[in-house]
Design a protein around this ligand. Structure first.
Ligand code: B12
Length: 251
Protein backbone atom coordinates (compact mmCIF):
# COMPACT_ATOMS: atom_id res chain seq x y z
CA UNK A 1 0.00 0.00 0.00
CA UNK A 2 1.69 3.24 -1.07
CA UNK A 3 -1.23 5.67 -0.68
CA UNK A 4 -1.64 6.79 2.91
CA UNK A 5 -3.79 9.17 4.89
CA UNK A 6 -2.86 10.60 8.33
CA UNK A 7 -4.11 8.74 11.41
CA UNK A 8 -5.58 10.41 14.51
CA UNK A 9 -8.43 8.61 16.25
CA UNK A 10 -9.32 5.93 13.68
CA UNK A 11 -7.34 4.51 10.76
CA UNK A 12 -7.31 6.80 7.74
CA UNK A 13 -9.36 9.58 9.37
CA UNK A 14 -6.95 12.23 8.05
CA UNK A 15 -6.46 13.92 11.43
CA UNK A 16 -3.35 16.14 11.85
CA UNK A 17 -2.02 18.51 14.47
CA UNK A 18 -0.18 21.76 13.66
CA UNK A 19 1.30 24.47 15.85
CA UNK A 20 2.12 28.11 15.08
CA UNK A 21 2.30 31.57 16.60
CA UNK A 22 0.28 34.62 15.54
CA UNK A 23 1.51 38.14 16.31
CA UNK A 24 -1.61 39.18 18.30
CA UNK A 25 -2.60 39.11 22.00
CA UNK A 26 -4.60 36.09 23.17
CA UNK A 27 -8.37 36.64 22.74
CA UNK A 28 -11.42 34.94 21.19
CA UNK A 29 -10.65 36.79 17.98
CA UNK A 30 -7.09 35.40 18.04
CA UNK A 31 -8.46 31.85 18.38
CA UNK A 32 -10.83 32.55 15.49
CA UNK A 33 -7.88 33.81 13.45
CA UNK A 34 -5.98 30.58 14.19
CA UNK A 35 -8.97 28.50 13.04
CA UNK A 36 -9.25 30.63 9.90
CA UNK A 37 -5.57 30.08 9.06
CA UNK A 38 -5.91 26.33 9.62
CA UNK A 39 -8.97 26.29 7.35
CA UNK A 40 -6.96 28.02 4.62
CA UNK A 41 -4.29 25.34 5.07
CA UNK A 42 -6.87 22.71 4.15
CA UNK A 43 -7.71 21.58 7.69
CA UNK A 44 -11.47 21.13 7.89
CA UNK A 45 -12.93 20.97 10.48
CA UNK A 46 -10.19 22.81 12.44
CA UNK A 47 -10.27 22.74 16.26
CA UNK A 48 -8.09 25.10 18.28
CA UNK A 49 -7.11 22.73 21.08
CA UNK A 50 -4.48 24.90 22.76
CA UNK A 51 -3.84 28.67 22.88
CA UNK A 52 -1.21 30.25 25.11
CA UNK A 53 -0.14 33.89 25.36
CA UNK A 54 3.55 34.35 24.50
CA UNK A 55 4.10 37.71 26.21
CA UNK A 56 1.57 40.52 25.67
CA UNK A 57 1.66 40.61 21.86
CA UNK A 58 1.82 36.99 20.62
CA UNK A 59 -0.23 33.80 20.96
CA UNK A 60 0.90 30.20 20.41
CA UNK A 61 -1.69 27.75 19.04
CA UNK A 62 -2.13 24.04 18.54
CA UNK A 63 -4.84 23.13 16.03
CA UNK A 64 -6.21 19.61 15.46
CA UNK A 65 -8.32 18.70 12.46
CA UNK A 66 -8.87 16.72 9.27
CA UNK A 67 -7.10 17.00 5.94
CA UNK A 68 -8.26 15.29 2.78
CA UNK A 69 -4.78 15.03 1.28
CA UNK A 70 -3.16 11.68 0.55
CA UNK A 71 0.53 10.83 0.49
CA UNK A 72 2.04 8.51 -2.09
CA UNK A 73 5.09 6.84 -0.53
CA UNK A 74 6.22 5.55 -3.94
CA UNK A 75 6.89 9.16 -5.00
CA UNK A 76 8.92 10.15 -1.92
CA UNK A 77 12.51 11.17 -2.67
CA UNK A 78 15.15 10.96 0.05
CA UNK A 79 18.92 10.65 0.21
CA UNK A 80 19.62 7.05 1.18
CA UNK A 81 22.90 6.07 2.82
CA UNK A 82 25.12 4.82 -0.02
CA UNK A 83 28.12 3.76 2.06
CA UNK A 84 28.58 0.88 4.52
CA UNK A 85 28.42 1.57 8.27
CA UNK A 86 31.78 0.70 9.82
CA UNK A 87 32.94 0.23 13.40
CA UNK A 88 35.75 2.50 14.70
CA UNK A 89 38.11 -0.47 14.37
CA UNK A 90 37.17 -0.94 10.70
CA UNK A 91 37.56 2.78 10.01
CA UNK A 92 41.02 2.86 11.62
CA UNK A 93 42.13 -0.19 9.68
CA UNK A 94 40.87 1.16 6.35
CA UNK A 95 42.58 4.52 6.90
CA UNK A 96 45.83 2.92 7.97
CA UNK A 97 45.89 0.61 4.95
CA UNK A 98 44.48 3.04 2.41
CA UNK A 99 46.08 6.37 3.33
CA UNK A 100 49.14 5.20 5.29
CA UNK A 101 48.78 8.33 7.40
CA UNK A 102 46.10 9.88 9.58
CA UNK A 103 42.96 11.22 7.95
CA UNK A 104 42.80 14.94 8.79
CA UNK A 105 39.49 16.58 9.61
CA UNK A 106 39.01 20.31 10.28
CA UNK A 107 35.67 21.32 11.83
CA UNK A 108 33.97 24.59 12.75
CA UNK A 109 30.77 26.57 13.16
CA UNK A 110 31.03 29.40 10.66
CA UNK A 111 29.53 32.88 10.43
CA UNK A 112 27.97 34.23 13.62
CA UNK A 113 26.73 30.77 14.64
CA UNK A 114 27.75 29.85 18.18
CA UNK A 115 25.85 26.53 18.41
CA UNK A 116 28.78 24.15 18.90
CA UNK A 117 26.91 21.25 20.51
CA UNK A 118 26.18 19.64 17.11
CA UNK A 119 29.72 19.71 15.71
CA UNK A 120 31.08 18.71 19.12
CA UNK A 121 28.71 15.72 19.13
CA UNK A 122 30.39 14.53 15.94
CA UNK A 123 33.99 15.47 16.76
CA UNK A 124 34.52 15.33 20.53
CA UNK A 125 35.59 12.04 22.07
CA UNK A 126 32.44 11.89 24.20
CA UNK A 127 30.37 11.63 21.03
CA UNK A 128 26.60 11.32 20.65
CA UNK A 129 23.85 8.71 20.99
CA UNK A 130 26.19 6.17 22.57
CA UNK A 131 28.82 6.50 19.83
CA UNK A 132 32.27 8.01 20.38
CA UNK A 133 33.19 11.09 18.34
CA UNK A 134 35.91 11.24 15.69
CA UNK A 135 38.57 12.18 18.29
CA UNK A 136 38.24 8.60 19.53
CA UNK A 137 39.43 7.20 16.20
CA UNK A 138 43.19 6.65 16.44
CA UNK A 139 43.72 7.14 12.69
CA UNK A 140 41.77 10.42 12.49
CA UNK A 141 43.32 13.77 13.40
CA UNK A 142 40.63 16.22 14.50
CA UNK A 143 41.12 19.98 14.52
CA UNK A 144 38.01 21.57 16.03
CA UNK A 145 38.07 25.34 15.55
CA UNK A 146 34.88 25.94 17.57
CA UNK A 147 32.36 28.74 17.08
CA UNK A 148 32.03 31.83 14.88
CA UNK A 149 34.91 31.00 12.58
CA UNK A 150 35.34 33.27 9.54
CA UNK A 151 35.51 31.48 6.19
CA UNK A 152 39.02 32.80 5.28
CA UNK A 153 40.28 31.56 8.67
CA UNK A 154 38.74 28.13 8.00
CA UNK A 155 40.32 27.90 4.53
CA UNK A 156 43.73 28.95 5.88
CA UNK A 157 43.63 26.37 8.68
CA UNK A 158 42.46 23.63 6.32
CA UNK A 159 45.44 24.39 4.06
CA UNK A 160 47.85 24.51 6.99
CA UNK A 161 46.63 21.17 8.34
CA UNK A 162 46.44 19.47 4.93
CA UNK A 163 42.77 18.69 5.61
CA UNK A 164 41.20 15.71 3.87
CA UNK A 165 37.77 16.90 4.94
CA UNK A 166 36.23 20.10 6.28
CA UNK A 167 33.20 19.68 8.51
CA UNK A 168 31.01 22.75 8.99
CA UNK A 169 28.04 23.14 11.30
CA UNK A 170 25.18 25.58 10.81
CA UNK A 171 22.30 25.60 13.27
CA UNK A 172 20.85 29.10 12.97
CA UNK A 173 18.61 29.35 9.91
CA UNK A 174 17.26 32.87 10.32
CA UNK A 175 17.18 34.65 6.94
CA UNK A 176 18.65 31.48 5.39
CA UNK A 177 22.00 32.18 7.09
CA UNK A 178 22.84 28.46 6.98
CA UNK A 179 22.43 28.31 3.21
CA UNK A 180 24.23 31.58 2.47
CA UNK A 181 27.15 30.79 4.79
CA UNK A 182 27.53 27.31 3.29
CA UNK A 183 27.58 28.67 -0.26
CA UNK A 184 30.17 31.27 0.75
CA UNK A 185 32.29 28.56 2.34
CA UNK A 186 32.14 26.16 -0.61
CA UNK A 187 32.94 28.97 -3.08
CA UNK A 188 35.96 30.00 -1.01
CA UNK A 189 37.33 26.45 -1.00
CA UNK A 190 36.84 26.13 -4.75
CA UNK A 191 38.77 29.36 -5.24
CA UNK A 192 41.58 28.43 -2.87
CA UNK A 193 42.23 24.87 -4.13
CA UNK A 194 42.76 23.20 -7.51
CA UNK A 195 39.74 20.94 -8.18
CA UNK A 196 41.62 17.68 -7.57
CA UNK A 197 43.19 18.88 -4.30
CA UNK A 198 40.11 20.35 -2.62
CA UNK A 199 39.18 18.71 0.69
CA UNK A 200 35.85 16.98 0.99
CA UNK A 201 33.28 19.57 2.10
CA UNK A 202 30.63 18.43 4.56
CA UNK A 203 27.95 20.54 6.16
CA UNK A 204 25.57 19.56 8.94
CA UNK A 205 22.77 20.94 11.07
CA UNK A 206 19.22 20.19 12.16
CA UNK A 207 17.43 22.11 9.43
CA UNK A 208 19.39 21.15 6.36
CA UNK A 209 17.74 19.30 3.50
CA UNK A 210 20.06 16.39 2.68
CA UNK A 211 19.23 16.63 -1.01
CA UNK A 212 20.75 20.12 -1.32
CA UNK A 213 24.44 19.13 -1.51
CA UNK A 214 24.93 20.09 -5.18
CA UNK A 215 23.08 23.38 -4.80
CA UNK A 216 25.21 24.30 -1.78
CA UNK A 217 28.45 23.23 -3.46
CA UNK A 218 29.32 20.62 -0.84
CA UNK A 219 29.94 16.88 -1.10
CA UNK A 220 27.47 15.82 1.57
CA UNK A 221 24.82 17.23 3.85
CA UNK A 222 24.05 15.64 7.23
CA UNK A 223 20.85 16.53 9.05
CA UNK A 224 19.38 16.09 12.54
CA UNK A 225 20.17 12.92 14.44
CA UNK A 226 23.46 12.27 12.61
CA UNK A 227 25.84 10.05 14.58
CA UNK A 228 29.67 10.18 14.57
CA UNK A 229 29.82 6.63 13.22
CA UNK A 230 27.85 7.64 10.13
CA UNK A 231 30.25 10.52 9.48
CA UNK A 232 33.36 8.36 10.05
CA UNK A 233 31.94 5.71 7.71
CA UNK A 234 31.15 8.29 5.04
CA UNK A 235 34.64 9.81 5.31
CA UNK A 236 36.22 6.38 4.95
CA UNK A 237 34.09 5.57 1.92
CA UNK A 238 34.63 8.92 0.19
CA UNK A 239 38.30 9.48 0.99
CA UNK A 240 39.78 6.00 1.33
CA UNK A 241 37.62 3.44 -0.50
CA UNK A 242 36.63 5.52 -3.53
CA UNK A 243 40.15 6.94 -3.90
CA UNK A 244 41.58 3.42 -3.93
CA UNK A 245 38.95 2.39 -6.49
CA UNK A 246 39.88 5.35 -8.72
CA UNK A 247 43.58 4.58 -8.42
CA UNK A 248 42.86 0.94 -9.27
CA UNK A 249 40.85 1.94 -12.33
CA UNK A 250 43.62 4.28 -13.51
CA UNK A 251 46.40 1.73 -13.03
C1 B12 B 1 21.76 25.05 23.17
C2 B12 B 1 21.18 26.17 22.33
C3 B12 B 1 21.83 27.41 22.40
C4 B12 B 1 23.10 27.64 23.20
C5 B12 B 1 24.28 27.12 22.34
C6 B12 B 1 25.42 26.61 23.21
C7 B12 B 1 26.46 25.93 22.38
N1 B12 B 1 27.68 26.02 22.82
O1 B12 B 1 26.18 25.33 21.34
C8 B12 B 1 23.09 29.21 23.35
C9 B12 B 1 22.38 29.54 24.65
C10 B12 B 1 24.45 29.88 23.32
C11 B12 B 1 22.20 29.61 22.17
C12 B12 B 1 22.20 30.87 21.65
C13 B12 B 1 21.34 31.29 20.65
N2 B12 B 1 20.35 30.57 20.09
CO1 B12 B 1 20.09 28.68 20.41
N3 B12 B 1 19.53 26.93 20.77
C14 B12 B 1 20.01 25.99 21.53
C15 B12 B 1 19.07 24.76 21.48
C16 B12 B 1 18.22 24.77 22.76
C17 B12 B 1 19.74 23.37 21.37
C18 B12 B 1 20.74 23.22 20.22
C19 B12 B 1 21.54 21.96 20.48
O2 B12 B 1 22.54 22.01 21.18
N4 B12 B 1 21.08 20.80 19.97
C20 B12 B 1 21.72 19.50 20.21
C21 B12 B 1 22.66 19.09 19.05
C22 B12 B 1 23.35 17.74 19.39
O3 B12 B 1 21.85 18.92 17.93
P1 B12 B 1 22.18 19.58 16.51
O4 B12 B 1 22.78 20.91 16.64
O5 B12 B 1 20.98 19.44 15.67
O6 B12 B 1 23.34 18.63 15.93
C23 B12 B 1 23.08 17.34 15.41
C24 B12 B 1 22.77 17.33 13.91
O7 B12 B 1 22.11 18.47 13.45
C25 B12 B 1 24.10 17.09 13.27
N5 B12 B 1 25.03 18.19 13.03
C26 B12 B 1 25.06 19.46 13.49
N6 B12 B 1 26.11 20.11 13.02
C27 B12 B 1 26.79 19.24 12.24
C28 B12 B 1 27.97 19.39 11.48
C29 B12 B 1 28.44 18.30 10.76
C30 B12 B 1 29.69 18.47 9.96
C31 B12 B 1 27.75 17.08 10.77
C32 B12 B 1 28.26 15.93 10.01
C33 B12 B 1 26.56 16.91 11.51
C34 B12 B 1 26.11 18.01 12.23
O8 B12 B 1 24.73 16.21 14.18
C35 B12 B 1 24.38 16.54 15.51
C36 B12 B 1 24.19 15.24 16.26
O9 B12 B 1 23.14 14.49 15.71
C37 B12 B 1 18.21 25.04 20.20
C38 B12 B 1 16.77 24.54 20.23
C39 B12 B 1 16.68 23.04 20.01
N7 B12 B 1 15.99 22.39 20.90
O10 B12 B 1 17.28 22.53 19.06
C40 B12 B 1 18.26 26.58 20.14
C41 B12 B 1 18.18 27.29 18.77
C42 B12 B 1 19.07 26.57 17.77
N8 B12 B 1 18.74 28.61 19.08
C43 B12 B 1 18.13 29.55 18.46
C44 B12 B 1 18.43 30.93 18.58
C45 B12 B 1 17.52 31.89 17.88
C46 B12 B 1 19.53 31.37 19.33
C47 B12 B 1 19.95 32.83 19.53
C48 B12 B 1 19.92 33.71 18.27
C49 B12 B 1 19.09 33.41 20.66
C50 B12 B 1 19.31 34.89 20.93
N9 B12 B 1 18.32 35.68 20.53
O11 B12 B 1 20.32 35.25 21.43
C51 B12 B 1 21.40 32.67 20.06
C52 B12 B 1 22.39 32.69 18.90
C53 B12 B 1 23.78 32.60 19.34
C54 B12 B 1 24.67 32.51 18.13
N10 B12 B 1 25.47 33.54 17.90
O12 B12 B 1 24.64 31.51 17.43
C55 B12 B 1 17.03 29.05 17.56
C56 B12 B 1 17.41 29.05 16.09
C57 B12 B 1 16.23 29.49 15.24
C58 B12 B 1 16.55 29.53 13.79
N11 B12 B 1 15.57 29.25 12.98
O13 B12 B 1 17.61 29.79 13.35
C59 B12 B 1 16.75 27.64 18.18
C60 B12 B 1 16.22 26.60 17.18
C61 B12 B 1 15.73 27.84 19.34
C62 B12 B 1 14.39 28.33 18.83
N12 B12 B 1 13.42 27.46 18.62
O14 B12 B 1 14.19 29.49 18.63
N13 B12 B 1 21.44 28.58 21.78
Amino acid sequence: MTILRPYGDTTGDGMVQVSFTLPMPHSKTAEGAAAQLAGKMGIDPAMVVHAKPMGPDFTFFVVYGRVNHLVDTSKVQVVERDYPLLTPKEVNLAVKRGLRRKLVVVGACIGSDAHTVGIDAILNIKGFAGEKGLEYYGEVKVVNLGAQVAVPQLVARAQEEGADAVLVSQVVTQRDAHLLNTKEMSAAFREAYPADKRPLLIVGGPRFDESMAAELGVDRVFARGTTPGEVASYLTDAIVTRRAARAGAGA
